[in-house]
Ligand binder design. Sequence first.
Ligand code: C2E
Ligand code: CA
Ligand code: CA
Ligand code: CA
Length: 279
Amino acid sequence: AKSGGRGRVEFFSAPLFDLARRSMELEDELRRALQRHEFVLHHQPIVDLATGRVQAVEALVRWQHPQRGLLAPGEWLAVAEGSGFMAELGAMLLHESVGQWSRLARVHGPQVSVHVNVSAAQLRDGRFAEEVATALADAGAPPERVVLELTETQLLMVHDALVTDLGRVRDLGVRLAADDFGTGYSSLAQLTTLPIDEVKVDRRFVAAMAAEPRSRAVVHGVIAMAREMGLAVVAEGVETADTAARLVEAGCPAAQGYLWGRPRQVVDLRPLDAPRGAD
Ligand code: C2E
Ligand code: CA
Ligand code: CA
Ligand code: CA
C-alpha cells in the first residue's frame, strides 16, 4: 500500500481505508469459516411447468455464522470474489454440490439435475474442466444431471482460452446455463460464441411481467429465441400464481421461485470438506 515514501499512505481516504480493512477482516473470517466447516448448501426447486414436478434444484451457499446466524451470500461473497479465496471456496462448493447429487436423487428421483453456480475465479486458471471432471468422478454423478450456471460477470471476458475450457467442460457431458439472462449488455453475443445449453431469465423481467408490457415482451422474446436455438429455459424469481400462469401461457417450460419454495436444506449434510487435491 505504501509506495514512494513517507506520507504517501494518506493517499487513501479514511472511508476507503476502513472498507479495505473491513474486507481484510472479513477475508480472514471467511478463511476460518472454511476450516471450521461453516458453509452449507441450500437447495431451491426448479419446476417443470407442464407437470409441476421438480426437474432440478439449484445449490445456493449459506454461511452458518457462529454469532450472526445463517447468512445468504451478500457482502461476504463479493469479498470472497475479490480476495483470491473464491477459487478455493468455489472448488469446494462445486465438489460438494455434485457430491450431493445421489442424495438429492433419493429425495426428488433420478431425473433430477443439480445446478451449481460457478464463480469467475474458477474460470481464471484454465483448469476448470479438470475441477469438474474430478468432482464428477468423486461423486459418481451422471454428468448429464449437472448444470453449471455462469453469469455475465463470469463470461464477460470471453477469450479463446475460456471458450476452449468451457468446450472441454461441456464435452464431459455437463450442461452450461447463462444465469441472470438479459441483464448484461453482452448476453446475446454469448449465446453465439459460447457452448450454452440453457438460459435462466433474470427475475427482474419475470417479476415485472404482470405490471410491465416491456418486461413481458423480454420474457416472451427470450422464450421464443431459446426455442429457435434449441436451448432450455428457466424463468427465475416467480413469486405469484399469476406470474406462473403467464409463463405457462408464454410457453415457458420451467421456472423457479418462492412460489414453489425458498432455498432450504434438502439433504442432511455432513460438514463441507475442503476440496480434495486443492492446490
Ligand atoms: P442467483 O444464482 O441468481 O440465485 C438466485 C437467487 O435468487 C438466490 O439468492 C435465491 O434465494 C433468490 N430467489 C429465488 N427465488 C426467488 C424469488 O422468488 N424471489 C426473490 N426475490 N428471490 C428469489 P441467494 O441464495 O441469496 O444467492 C444470491 C447470489 O449469490 C446467487 O444469485 C449467486 O449469484 C450467488 N451464489 C449463491 N450460491 C453460490 C455458490 O454456491 N457459488 C457461487 N459462485 N455463487 C453463489
Ligand atoms: Ca444461479
Ligand atoms: Ca440468477
Ligand atoms: Ca485449482
